[in-house]
Design a protein around this ligand. Structure first.
Ligand code: URA
Length: 433
């Protein structure tokens, strides 16, 4: 009866008490509350929202639903980073070794690709030998040795979120700010880092298309983090074009290596420097301008790349692939996409480009699909670039030949052209503390 009353209360726009949220969610995990009852509550939350206290309670219940990682031995210098998901977003591969080279501790659990966006776990799995499945003892040993470890989320982490997320996915209740905020933050709280930097993306290649929704989500997650005593900030970043030039798993690892070796890849370099600076600022209280100097120095001096190598070796990765990225598998089919227009590229539908990469094999359609680690896109021209008819826009990489012309057409239709040079919006919109 209580289950019914809780659904009714949220349906009638009333706030739920912490014990009601806890009873409902724990009941769902243990099977007392059914899928149809949880679906009804999720839809009521989707329609009527949750206030800050309710969102914090929901986060706490989900964070406590499984194992929690204790990082107390590393004192206050543990720092995590989370991206709300984008296309070509390989920033974890870059910022984690940068801040680890500067004395921060990064003990991180990452996710697989979701929808049209890529995931750090899939990118790392393209490095032969790299172990994403370290147990807790092995994970902490690597952190003690190198200041950095990145593994995939374990099944025992936030089981409530896992079960609820699967239901949200099929009940049209994903796009809810309190549900997204509590889902993301429950995982961040359970994995224990003292400082958290959120990369909250907006634009055509992000889940949040509107800047304002991204800002509201960021504020909500910051409030949750602070209520758990974490140092937290959000960098709001523009996803109206892919980040960097590579989209796809091993292609993105290769691009990350180039940047760590000092190549200033436009937009990707700026975003990584900003994220790493904020991570350093939060975890070591270093003023932002000084942090930026240290971060750039770590890249240019080779310290970040040295740390990256140490980390990959410590997790079993074959370092010869990092030292010679030509060793990575190259897809059987490579198709150059040539422009049919002359003019400036004025817009890129980045979600559509993410879907193109996924169609080539770089992402999954269904949860159990296998990812093609060498598939993806290398982009030549981005928004603001001038192209002539016949110029190469990008190269598609894939091991399957069936739908290549369809993907090519979809890539071309993802671009808009203009006669005049468009005004570019900066990659970094703002940082909220
Ligand atoms: N990522 C998450 O972890 N949870 C959501 O709800 C959405 C994106």
């Amino acid at each position: 009866m209580k289950t019914y009353e809780i659904i009714k209360k949220k349906r009638d726009k009333l706030s739920l008490k912490p014990d009601e949220i806890s009873e409902f969610v724990n009941g769902y995990v243990s099977g007392i509350v059914s899928d149809y009852q949880m679906s009804a509550l999720l839809m009521a939350i989707y329609l009527n929202g949750m206030d800050d206290d309710e969102t914090v309670s929901l986060t706490e219940v989900m964070a406590n639903s499984g194992e929690r990682i204790n990082l107390d031995e590393f004192l206050n210098i543990t720092v995590d980073k989370h991206s709300t998901g984008g296309v070509g977003d390989k920033t974890t591969l870059i910022v984690a070794p940068i801040v680890a080279s500067l004395g921060c501790v990064v003990a991180k659990m990452s996710g697989r690709g979701l929808g049209f966006t890529g995931g750090t776990v899939d990118k790392l799995s393209s490095i032969p030998g790299y172990r994403l499945d370290l147990n807790k003892r092995e994970f902490l040993d690597v952190v003690r040795k190198t200041n950095i470890s990145v593994i995939s989320q374990t099944d025992s982490l936030t089981p409530a979120d896992k079960k609820i997320y699967a239901l949200r996915d099929v009940t049209a209740t994903v796009e809810s700010i309190p549900l997204i905020a509590s889902s993301v933050m429950s995982k961040k709280i359970a994995t224990g880092s003292k400082s958290i930097v959120l990369d909250v993306k907006f634009g055509s290649g992000a889940f949040m298309k509107e800047k304002l929704s991204a800002e509201i989500l960021a504020e909500k997650m910051i409030k949750i983090g602070k209520s758990f005593g974490r140092n937290i900030a959000a960098v709001l970043t523009n996803m109206d074009m892919p980040l960097g030039l590579a989209v796809g798993n091993n292609l993105e690892v290769i691009e990350a290596v180039k940047l760590l070796k000092g190549e200033k890849i436009p937009d990707l370099y700026d975003e990584c420097v900003t994220l790493a600076s904020v991570m350093l600022n939060l975890s070591k209280q270093i003023p932002l301008n000084k942090a930026k100097e240290l971060v750039e120095n770590s890249i240019q001096s080779g310290a970040a790349f040295k740390k990256f190598r140490e980390w990959i070796v410590a997790q079993g990765g074959d370092i010869s692939y990092i030292d010679n990225t030509n060793k990575f598998d190259v897809s059987k089919y490579r198709v150059e996409v040539l422009s049919e227009n002359t003019g400036y590229i004025s817009k890129m539908n980045t979600e559509q480009i993410g879907i193109c990469a996924s169609e080539l094999g770089a992402g999954r359609k269904k949860y159990n699909d296998k990812v093609d680690l060498s598939a993806g896109i290398i982009i030549d021209k981005k928004t603001g670039d001038y192209v002539r008819q016949g110029d190469r826009l990008c190269t598609l990489y894939t091991n399957q030949s069936n739908n290549l012309s369809g993907v090519r057409n979809n890539y071309i239709s993802a671009l808009e052209f203009s006669v005049n040079k468009p005004i570019l919006t900066p990659t970094i919109y703002k940082t909220i503390f």
